[in-house]
Design a protein around this ligand. Sequence first.
Ligand SMILES: Cc1ncc(C[n+]2csc(CCOP(=O)(O)OP(=O)(O)O)c2C)c(N)n1
Ligand code: SF4
Length: 282
Amino acid sequence: MAVTSEASLRYSTHPLDKYLRADRLPHIWCSGCGIGVALGSILRAIDRRVREGSLDPSKVVFVTGIGCSARASFYVGFDSAHTIHGRAIAFASGAKLANPELQVMVVGGDGDIAGIGGNHLIHAARRNLDIIVFMITNFVYAMTGGQLAPTTPQGLYTTTTPHGNPERPLNVIKLVSALMPNYVARASITHPPLIEQYTYKALGMEGFRFIEIMSTCPEVFGRHAGYRDPVTLYNVLRSKVRVKQNPHVDESELSWESGIVLGEYLIRNEPGYVRKLKEVVR
Ligand SMILES: Cc1ncc(C[n+]2csc(CCOP(=O)(O)OP(=O)(O)O)c2C)c(N)n1
Ligand code: SF4
């Protein structure tokens, strides 16, 4: 386990450096990309849990697929697996079932988690499988050049919908909530403390926990949609999102016009899959 790798200790200048593989820096993310804000907030929540003694960093596992967001597993100092596009949840399921003591976390883009990996998402949520899934929604398949993603709001330009997206976006919050896992929330890189707060909470729960993080991709999404400047795109996203206490799932629509509601959509305390499986085996 690499949390205190020699390289990390040697270059340690930031409180979160101990959770990073400094030898793999600099990272690939473009200037102004929101993914770093998302990862930083997740790491701060992990750090809080570690410092208060409720999380052993040697038990944390990061699993990712492919994409800009999925690169997160490259840089964290935890045991990690950078797997294949769309299959991170399948790998994470195997890791958790093989060793239930692990705190298994998946990070991926909206294309990775809800597009190509959508089937795994559905069944992990249905099983209330004990993993945390972070879906970083930047509205496109970014790493491959900005193609239409299942989450692209209607009417928006992408490289594969140059006249505007004619499709209705997939409301992943509503989809996952319908499967009744233990936790469903939506945060945004414009509100880092919210990401940290929801992650901290999810780390203290069992069962399937899903956190969508609205994010910015100035390089691909922003450039094509007319918001190439990272600050402009940040401000656009900031103007679209609004935080609500205990929002109803019917308010979770991904709409560029009427806005995007952040908040905790579902909180349950049902036994997770591992506990249920153990009961059956017993
Ligand atoms: C099976 C498979 N299909 C397609 C690709 C090509 N591919 C690599 S990254 C990517 C897009 C990733 O988009 P997303 O998951 O939304 O993450 P982002 O880059 O936006 O963070 C695609 C289509 C691949 N690597 N493997
Ligand atoms: S292409 Fe977009 S999502 Fe990928 S690193 Fe650059 S800004 Fe971030």
